[in-house]
Design a protein around this ligand. Structure first.
Ligand code: GAF
Length: 395
């Protein structure tokens, strides 16, 4: 990617300008330009596919797509970040595992299946969301592509449907059974707001979050352990096992969202220790998101930060989706009075931690962490101070 790291309109314009000029050079005309942001999540991890609650926000890192129609029956695409072309036939295509083209084809397939006649198009895309950092670059690409196609061909697809098609693209083409959080946050983000989302009903509220004295600092471990996708799908199945066991007691239970620790205790002998721990984490995390919302409502940032640490503890010990690098970063901040909260963010097994840090201490914290992390893991972590921004739209 471009490596831009701040909410700087000049740099953002550079991405757009680059896409415009590469498009002109490659396809000989000016494109329609759309964008969709990456996301953070303050609290509520792995709860989305369990019908629970999350608290994400769109950020100042985005995917930008330039698009125009062509006379043929092909999608002809150029990726700026990979410096690579990819062309596919709109009447016959299939997933190409591990290739960026898969996400684009996945969205086209969903549109076609829903009866939207996607015709030939040319596309150039690029952005500044670090890939593999857990900031949902793939969801941002899916949403940007979906929105761009919808605008280009005047499909007038409602936001909710766009979110669902993007999520389905990930399921069917990329093979990850993700929840709804990433695509929802990318499309529905609002400047200076977080989204409190009920992932079952999709009821949501934009909740203002302006922190005069604190920064939201992401610390990128720069690692992505390879088991991430398979372990993600595995966690889903383990949660499902817990639900099936509980349904024998109460058939009305649809998801872990409907369970409390009492019900879980009553099925403990029916399930493995692993399934028990997974369910315990999810039940507790849903509870934490609800309490954390109230704390945020009351401007109790310290209390909120404690919930973030609690979330990390559960993700690491019970849900087992953390890794040494993430645990190290969270532990490092625990006794620092100017860090209110820290936790791993996203699917896990690498990527970023999210931290709420007093603004004036950000530079010294970065320096300390850089030294300690480098000497332990031999890798330089990256730091992103993010702001909360609007969701998918025209540039
Ligand atoms: C990934 C998924 F795509 C989301 O749906 C969510 O489950 C997240 O991991 C964990 O909270 O980003």
């Amino acid at each position: 990617n471009f490596g831009f790291q701040s909410n700087n309109p000049i740099l953002e314009d550079m991405i757009t300008e680059k896409i415009r000029s590469v498009f002109l050079q490659t396809f000989g005309e000016s494109p329609l330009l759309c964008h969709s942001p990456g996301r953070i999540n303050l609290i509520g991890e792995h709860t989305d596919y369990n019908g629970g609650y999350v608290m994400p926000a769109a950020i100042d890192k985005k995917m930008v797509v330039g698009i125009a129609s062509n006379d043929g029956n092909q999608g002809r695409i150029h990726s700026i970040d990979f410096d690579e072309d990819f062309t596919f036939d709109l009447s016959s295509f299939s997933p190409k595992k591990g290739h960026w083209g898969t996400y684009i084809m996945g969205v086209v397939a969903q549109f076609q299946q829903a009866g939207y006649p996607v015709k030939g198009f040319d596309m150039v895309f690029g952005g500044d969301i670090p890939v593999g950092a857990g900031l949902s670059s793939s969801a941002a690409l899916e949403c940007a592509v979906g929105f761009a196609l919808s605008e280009l061909f005047h499909f007038e697809i409602p936001q909710r449907s766009l979110i669902h098609y993007a999520q389905k693209a990930e399921h069917v083409f990329a093979g990850v059974q993700c929840g709804i959080m990433d695509q929802f946050a990318s499309v529905m983000g609002k400047k200076d707001h977080v989204i409190r989302l009920d992932c079952r009903s999709l009821d949501y509220r934009h909740f203002p979050l302006v922190l005069p004295h604190h920064s939201i600092l992401l610390i990128d471990t720069q690692v992505k352990h390879s088991l991430a996708d398979s372990a993600y799908n595995q966690r889903r199945l383990e949660c499902q096992e817990g639900v099936i066991a509980a349904q024998k007691i109460n058939p009305e239970i649809q998801s872990l969202r409907d369970m409390d620790l009492g019900i879980l205790a009553s099925i403990q002998h029916e399930v493995s220790d692993i399934v028990f721990n997974r369910c315990k984490y999810i039940i507790e995390e849903n509870e934490r998101v609800l309490t954390a919302s109230t704390l945020l409502d009351n401007n109790d940032l310290e209390g909120f930060g404690e919930k973030m640490y609690g979330s990390h503890e559960g993700l690491s010990k019970l849900y087992e989706v953390s890794c040494d690098e993430l645990d190290f970063l969270v532990d490092f901040t625990k006794d620092l009075p100017y860090v209110l909260g820290s936790r791993m963010m996203g699917g896990g097994f690498g990527g970023c931690t999210i931290n709420i840090v007093e603004k004036e201490n950000v530079p010294s914290l970065q320096q300390e962490i850089e030294t300690a992390f480098e000497s332990k893991f031999g890798v330089n972590p990256k730091f992103y101070e993010v702001s909360l921004e609007d969701g998918t739209g025209l540039v």
